[in-house]
Structures are given as C-alpha cells and as structure tokens.
Design a protein around this ligand. Structure first.
Ligand code: HXC
Ligand code: NAP
Length: 295
C-alpha cells in the first residue's frame, strides 16, 4: 500500500538474534582491536554470541574493563590485553598472550582508529601523524603480525579492516582520518592478493553513521552541530551497532570464505547520496563555528 510519507529502511531484528547457526565460532579465537568501546564492542559481542573466544586489545584500562563486563555478561571465554597498536612489539606481546590463553587467533578485526574534526589548515603535524599512525600504521602492524604467524604455521585466517566511506570521497574536516582510511582500504586489496595463496582472507568493513555512547567528546560535539541525524540518511535512520557486528561475523564465516579483497559498506546508501539541487557551500570553519584562519 502506498503511503504519503516515506518511512525508510525498517529496523533490524532484535539484539541477540543471528543469521548464522549457533556455535559458528565455537573453538575459534577472534582478536578485536579497540573492542572495549562502541562498534568494536558490538562486533566482539556478535562473535561471542556465536561461541568465539575473544581477545580484546586497547590502551585504556577503563575500556578493557568495559570489554570484560560485556564478554562476561555473554559468557564468552575472553582475554583483555593492554596494547597500543602503534607499537609493533606490544602487538607481538598481545598475540603471544592470545596464543598462550587460547590459540593463534583465527580472525583479526582491525577496528581501533583515531579521529577528531579539525580544519586541515589548523592541524598540527603531530595531530596528522597521530591519526595516521594509529589508523593506518597500527592496522598494518596488526595485520602483519597476524599474517606472519599464520604463514609460519601454515594455517588459514581472516582479517577484517574497519574503514570509513570517506576513503572514496574525501572527508572535509577529517583530512587525516580520510587519508588514513583510504590507505586502509587499499591495504585490503593488496594483502588479499598477497596472502590469498596461504589461505588468508582480507576484507574491509565500512560503517556508515553509527552513533553510540562511547563516541569521543570531539566526535559527539561534531554530531550535535546538526540535530536529527536520521533525516540526513537515505535510510531515514542511522545504523544500529549490531548490524555491523552481524556483517563482521558473516565476512569471517565459512559461508564467506571466497569473498576476499572486498570492502563491504553498511550505511543504508548514505555515501552514495547526492542531491539534484546542491545546497550552498558552507566552509568547514563555519560548520565548526570557528572564526577566520589565524596562522
Ligand atoms: C586538533 C588535536 C585534537 C583536536 C588532539 N589533537 N585532539 N588537534 N583538534 N580535537 C592533537 C594534539 O594537540 C596533539 O598535537 C596530537 O593531536 C596528539 O594528541 P595526543 O592527545 O597527544 O594523542 P594521543 O594521547 O595519542 O590520543 C590520540 C587521539 C585521541 C586521537 C588524539 O582522540 C584518541 O585517543 N582517540 C581514540 C579514539 C578515537 O579517536 N575514536 C574515533 C574513532 S571514530 P600537538 O601538535 O599538540 O602535539 C571514527 C569515525 C567517526 O574514526 C566518524 C563519525 C562522523
Ligand atoms: P571508538 O568507540 O572511539 O573506538 C575506538 C577504539 O580504538 C577505542 O576502543 C580505543 O581504545 C581504540 N584505540 C584507539 N587508539 C588506539 C591505539 N593506539 N591502540 C589500541 N587501541 C586504540 O569509535 P567507534 O565509533 O567504535 O569506531 C570504531 C571503528 O569504526 C573505527 O575504525 C572508526 O574509524 C570506524 N567508524 C565508525 C563510525 C561511527 O559512526 N561510529 C563511522 C565510520 C567509521 P583505547 O582508547 O582503550 O585504546
């Protein structure tokens, strides 16, 4: 029946349901960077519901604490490890700990990233370096550790790199993160080919807008600059974190083994959005409520 008012893409099934068979990840170990907060925790939770052992790595004790709480609530065998993904030796130590507790992780979810809105002309060299170091270098260092260990052991594995759609479009106000995510997406394509012969599948997973309570103050205040985010999306709603978790568990599952080198966008088509009548351009400085540039 036709309606006057469009209602957008329906809500997903309830939290706790799954498209994959129960026990899909029984006996498997999944390593999630940044898995104590937001989308990383949502992804870790969906693997946990399907029986996985979870290893969650990040820097801050309070985030690791949140991971422990979430995994305990789901009854998932888990290990939390303090690790700054900018430091390859800390990553190696985290993989040693994971292997000792469970086994060499079968799945790596490179979810950790860094970001804050800033006009490009205001950004300090260290601000640029910090975001690129965490988002691009950190992702590669984790993939490298995972790949080398599987090649040495002769075992297959699956890597998922969490990206962002401004890898394709550019990201005004986020020059550092957009450039880093473009590198992350490109890395998916290279590593999938290099490591395919060894049975390692590499994919990208791009969330659209998925607001959550753990978002940093910088990102939250950026979102608050416009009020209702739902009406800005073609789906007429933002993403629900479990929807990203379901996509991750599918990509690393036996039913998606032949999907490799692909980046899956979960955003209700938001990144394809164009309008017939372009709205007037508003500078990033104005969008952020900043005055004129002062060198
Ligand atoms: C300008 C900033 C800044 C800001 C930090 N810097 N915040 N510059 N505007 N808001 C600058 C600092 O001044 C410093 O440069 C440099 O960045 C490094 O800052 P530190 O605080 O020393 O870095 P560090 O402690 O390593 O922390 C990294 C961080 C922090 C990125 C700054 O925010 C963090 O830990 N973030 C992790 C979580 C995160 O970012 N999540 C977002 C993922 S969401 P100087 O020159 O002063 O030394 C995402 C997509 C969301 O990616 C899309 C939604 C629309
Ligand atoms: P978030 O809650 O801020 O999560 C970022 C995580 O990364 C934190 O748990 C943080 O933990 C970890 N981290 C940051 N720097 C680290 C480092 N140097 N070493 C180890 N861990 C580090 O953000 P989110 O929204 O869930 O984002 C998750 C992923 O989705 C990111 O890749 C992001 O770019 C992507 N994304 C999100 C959205 C969205 O709408 N939410 C949109 C597009 C893309 P510690 O602080 O404990 O280290």
């Amino acid at each position: 029946m036709a309606t006057d008012e469009p209602t957008g893409i329906p809500e997903p099934p309830a939290l706790g349901s799954s498209a994959l068979p129960a026990g899909t990840y029984e006996g498997r170990t999944v390593f999630v960077t940044g898995g104590g907060t937001g989308l990383g925790r949502a992804i870790a939770s969906e693997f946990a519901r399907l029986g996985a052992n979870l290893v969650i790595a990040s820097r801050k004790p309070e985030h690791l604490e949140q991971a422990t709480e979430a995994m305990t609530e789901l009854g998932a065998p888990h290990l939390t490890v303090t690790c700054d993904i900018r430091e390859p030796e800390q990553i190696a130590a985290a993989f040693d700990a994971a292997t000792e507790r469970f086994a060499l992780p079968d799945v790596l979810v490179n979810n950790a990233a860094a970001n804050f809105p800033v006009p490009a002309e205001d950004m300090s060299p260290n601000a640029w370096r910090t975001v690129v170091d965490i988002t691009l270098n950190g992702t590669y260092f984790c993939a490298r550790e995972f790949g080398r260990r599987h090649l040495a052991a002769g075992t297959p594995g699956s890597i998922i790199n969490v990206g962002a759609s401004y890898a394709w479009t550019g990201g005004p106000g986020f020059a550092h993160s957009a450039a880093a995510k473009a590198g992350v997406k490109n890395m998916v394509e290279t590593l999938a080919v290099e490591w395919g012969p060894y049975g390692i599948q590499v994919n990208g997973l791009v969330p659209g807008l998925f607001p959550h309570e753990d978002m940093t103050a910088d990102i939250q205040s950026n979102l608050r600059r416009t009020d209702d985010k739902d009406v800005c999306q073609p789906a007429l709603r933002v993403g629900r974190p479990r929807e990203l978790g379901w996509a991750a568990t599918f990509l690393a599952s036996p039913w998606a083994q032949f999907i490799s080198g692909h980046t899956l966008v979960v955003d209700g088509a938001n990144w394809q959005r164009r309008s017939m009548t372009n709205p007037a351009v508003v500078t990033i400085r104005d969008q952020m409520g900043k005055g004129p540039f002062e060198p």
